[in-house]
Structures are given as C-alpha cells and as structure tokens.
Design a protein around this ligand. Structure first.
Ligand SMILES: Cc1cc2nc3c(=O)[nH]c(=O)nc-3n(C[C@H](O)[C@H](O)[C@H](O)COP(=O)(O)O)c2cc1C
Length: 351
C-alpha cells in the first residue's frame, strides 16, 4: 500500500505503538517472528525517560535492550528538556534505531506533574521547540505521538493548527491517538479525525486507537485516508496481525518461522495460536533477560492485556500470575494448551 510514509522508506504502513511493560525486546521479537519476510513494520519501544537515559547502561537497562539483528525499532522519548533529549539521543544512537518518537500523548498524573507527555499539547510553541530540538540532534526520522483532543487542541481546527505547528518545526510524521485525553484508553476512537488531519498536512499522519483486526487496519489507510495504522493493545492478542494484513493485501511471503502455514484466522486457530505465542514469548524473554521475576511479570502483563479477546482469558491470565520458576510456568502453559478448548473473540468494546 503506497502512502506518504513511502518517502521515509516505509512501504508497509502498519506498526505497533509504544506500550509500557509490553514493548520490550522479547515482545518486538515475537511480533517480528510472525511477520512475513521482507516486510519491515515499525515497532516502538515503551516511553523512555530522557531524565534517566543519559545515566543508564544500555546493556543493563531492560527497556533499552534490543535483540540481535533487530531493525526498525523506534524509541519513544519522554521529556521536555533539550539538553537531556540531546544526551539521550547520543546514547540511544548506539542501538541503531530507525527513528525517534516524542511522547505528547501520555495523560498519566505523574507525567503531567513534570509537564511532559500530553502536557506538551497545552503549549504549541513549547511543543514546537521540543520537536525542533529533537530534529536538530537526530539524523533519522522524528515523529510525534499525540492525542485527538487535549490542551490547545480542543476541536478539529485547533488540532490541525497544533499539528501544522509540529510540521513546521520539522516533524517527519505524526501519529494521532484519536481519543480525547479525558478518555484515557477507553471508548471509541474517532477515526474521522485522521482523515481531517491527514488532508491538512503534507507529512504522513498515522492513526491510532481501537484498531483490532487486519481489516480495521487496512480500512484506516484505504477508507479513512491515513498514511498508516498503529495498533497497540490488540497486537498483544494478535501478535500475528501483520501476517493477516499481508495476506489480505495479497502479499505472498511468509514468516521465516512458519514457511508453510497460513495466518491463524478462525476463533479456534487464533485461540490456540495465542497460547503458542505465549510460549514463544517465554522463550524470547529467557533468551534476552535472565531475571525470573521480570520474565514472569512480563508474561502475566501480556496475558492480562490480551485477556479481553480470549474466551479463556481469565483462567489463562491467572495461570501466568503464579509460578515456581520458568520451567514450571512453561509446563503449565503446555498442559493448558493440551487440555482446554481455546478460542478468541474478533472484537471487544474498550470500556
Ligand atoms: C499498557 C499500556 C502502556 C502504554 N504505554 C504507552 C507509552 O509508553 N507511550 C505512548 O505514547 N502510549 C502508550 N500507550 C498508549 C498506546 O500506545 C495507544 O495509544 C493506546 O493504547 C490506544 O491504542 P489501542 O486502542 O490500539 O490500544 C500505552 C497503552 C497501554 C495499554
């Protein structure tokens, strides 16, 4: 699908947005394992504090780790101080990112207290200065992730004005979480906002919020005129979604790990694959991280976020919250896979 992201070298305009506690190297590796060869979707890191990064060890800090051979990973920066952004970028350049993203959408209270995240949407000229500074320090694409309604952008016109300010400040593209700040991650996203903003800007506009299926993602580009679709929570339930999208677009390459299979489709195929994906995630977590507590917490959070889509979500999540070591957890997941009837729901409501 050709969109304006093509000008940045992105020909498969589907991506996975930043999620704290989920977007670590093992999850990114899991999604790549299910992605057909030759496709290079962007996958974000979780938000990374520019107050911390300059002092962190790339080898020791789990959130900064990448997996061998990783590419098209995009760190998301949280901050509002150009000197710290510069120092963070200097350090993160060592992990060879594809681009940098600036967080202007996080509404968490402790983030707002520091006047960054979605607080930056309260002051367009300050937001522009942060964008300019990030661009100045970086030789790779810089994007901004923002909200559909927040701060100085309370309706479509002010949102367009805000995004044009970022465009003029040098942002290479933006992503729009099309829910108001006040709604957090709940309720319907307003995809029409993507159409309006994409029309008004000359840089690519990627839409985020409530995208759950391959056909939703394709429709965001085809019917809503956005330059790309960014998934978040649904990608925990369907880490194979890029494979489904590729098949629906007539792309014939397969994931290297599954050269003979088709993407899971039916509720039963998807339900069974989810349990297999959890085992694969466990393997990648063990490969990349050593601390058992961390591994168990990451598995439990993954199953918790995915659980609304799983007909067996509650019992599976509960199973992953207790373990007697990683081997015990693996065995219990295998037993669950053998004994339980597993299926998945296509779409949920985001209450
Ligand atoms: C657990 C969790 C962590 C998140 N962490 C971040 C983050 O670090 N940075 C960010 O910009 N958005 C973050 N988000 C927001 C998502 O990137 C996305 O905008 C939001 O979930 C809406 O997309 P969805 O409806 O497809 O889930 C997070 C969301 C969740 C559920």
């Amino acid at each position: 699908m050709k969109t304006r992201l093509d000008s940045l070298g992105i020909s498969f305009p589907f991506m996975i947005g930043p999620m704290v506690g989920i977007s670590h190297a093992a999850f990114r590796k899991l999604v790549r394992a299910y992605t057909p060869e030759g496709l290079n979707p962007l996958i974000f890191t979780e938000m990374l504090s520019t107050k911390q990064i300059p002092h962190e060890s790339l080898a020791k800090t789990k959130e900064l780790r990448i997996f061998p051979g990783e590419h098209h990973h995009t760190p998301q920066l949280l901050g509002n101080n150009p000197a710290l952004i510069e120092a963070s970028i200097a350090r993160l350049n060592n992990i060879n990112p594809w681009g940098y993203d600036i967080n202007m959408g996080c509404p968490a209270k402790h983030i707002l207290q520091h006047n960054y995240g979605v607080a930056l949407m309260g002051d367009p000229s300050y937001a522009a200065r942060i964008t300019e500074a990030t661009k100045r320090f970086s030789s790779i694409p810089v994007s901004v992730k923002l909200r559909g309604q927040a701060g100085a952008a309370q309706d479509v016109n002010t949102l367009i004005h805000f995004t044009q300010t970022l465009q003029n400040a040098g942002a290479d593209w933006i992503s729009l979480h099309a829910r108001p700040q006040a709604k957090g991650h709940k309720g319907e996203a307003n995809w029409q906002l993507g159409t309006e903003v994409a029309k008004a800007l000359h840089i690519p506009v990627v839409l985020n919020g409530g995208i759950q299926t391959a056909s939703d993602a394709i429709s965001i580009v085809r019917d809503f005129g956005a330059d790309g679709a960014m998934l978040a929570r649904a990608a925990t339930a369907r880490p194979w979604i890029f494979w489904q999208i590729a098949e629906d677009l007539g792309i014939t390459s397969k994931p290297k790990l599954f050269p003979l299979k088709n993407a899971p489709r039916s509720p039963a195929e998807e339900g069974q694959e989810f349990v297999r994906a959890t085992l694969l995630l466990l393997e990648y977590l063990q490969e990349l991280f050593t601390e058992e507590d961390f591994i168990q917490e990451r598995i439990a959070f993954f199953t918790a976020l995915a659980s609304p889509w799983l007909d067996f979500g509650h019992s599976f999540w509960k199973l992953t919250t207790r373990m007697n070591g990683v081997e015990d957890l693996r065995q219990r997941i295998c037993d669950f896979h053998e004994k339980c009837s597993l299926s998945m729901t296509e779409k949920i409501k985001f209450w």
